[in-house]
Design a protein around this ligand. Structure first.
Ligand code: ADP
Ligand code: MG
Length: 238
């Protein structure tokens, strides 16, 4: 079953074709990694999914309904970037709950939902701190918690590890996988890092020059790359 279907999606900026004829099914509960070199169109595709920008052609379907023209807030998707911004004057707890409060969600659910994400991301000891009292990895875990606590239909992550050093990267990656293994939120995770793709993905979608080159499990891409680009990109990890 597909959570989201992308059909013939294209995006032009002026006369430049940044995305061409993208066809992709995002399956219910899967961790899909979108990988490709810098400038290939990964962030553009994520922004189209999030509703932050409009496609030039094609459609995005959610449970069969065309949501291409829906505003971001109508989609119930969460998007997280490398440059997370927390509210400096709010505690970790109130940063995490901010979106739920703004949307007027039932207060009775807050403690249980907060506990679940704080446990998975190991944020319990930090709930009363302010962002200035946190490390970079801790801040990124708070940003993850805030994005996922609202139980989005689709979780979109754009290179969330890329501003972290190697040690913190491992810590945040473990948090992401703990979240996913428990909550099973359908996810599109963008990276230019082949190792992240190979180790985190249920399936990998390889993008180059605005076109999808191949979609499959890490094993399938490794064993049977569709072309030289995929072979070079996946087959020879740095
Ligand atoms: P990636 O995330 O894979 O590095 P992007 O999706 O950010 O790539 O960008 C893909 C291409 O589209 C790049 O050539 C970039 O310069 C171009 N691009 C992205 N956003 C815009 C924009 N708002 N206006 C014009 N060109 C853009
Ligand atoms: Mg990008």
């Amino acid at each position: 079953m597909s959570a989201i279907s992308i059909r013939g999606l294209g995006k032009k900026f002026g006369s430049a074709d940044v995305l061409r004829d993208i066809n992709l099914e995002i399956r219910e509960g899967e961790f899909l990694v979108l990988v490709g070199p810098s400038g290939c169109g990964k962030s553009t595709l994520l922004r189209l999914l999030a509703g932050l920008d409009r496609a030039t052609s094609g459609q995005i379907l959610q449970n069969g309904a065309d949501i291409s023209a829906h505003a971001p807030r109508e989609r119930n998707f969460s998007l997280i970037f490398q440059n997370y911004a927390l509210f400096p004057h709010l505690t970790v707890r109130n940063n995490i709950l901010f979106g739920m409060k703004m949307r007027g969600e039932p207060k009775a659910e807050f403690p249980q939902r907060l506990k679940k994400v704080a446990d998975l991301l190991q944020l319990q000891p930090l709930l009363d701190r302010k962002p200035a009292q946190l490390s970079g990895g801790q801040r990124q875990r708070v940003a993850m918690a805030r994005a996922i606590v609202r139980e989005p239909a689709l979780f979109l992550m754009d290179e969330p590890l890329s501003n972290l050093d190697a040690k913190l990267r491992g810590e945040v990656r473990d948090g992401i996988m703990a979240l996913h293994n428990t909550l099973k939120t359908s996810t599109v995770y963008v990276t230019h890092d082949q190792i992240e793709a190979m180790t985190m993905a249920d399936r990998i979608a390889v993008l180059d020059g605005g076109r999808l080159q191949q979609i499959g499990t890490p094993e399938a891409l490794y064993r049977q790359p569709a072309n030289m680009f995929v072979a070079g990109f996946i087959g020879t990890p740095a």
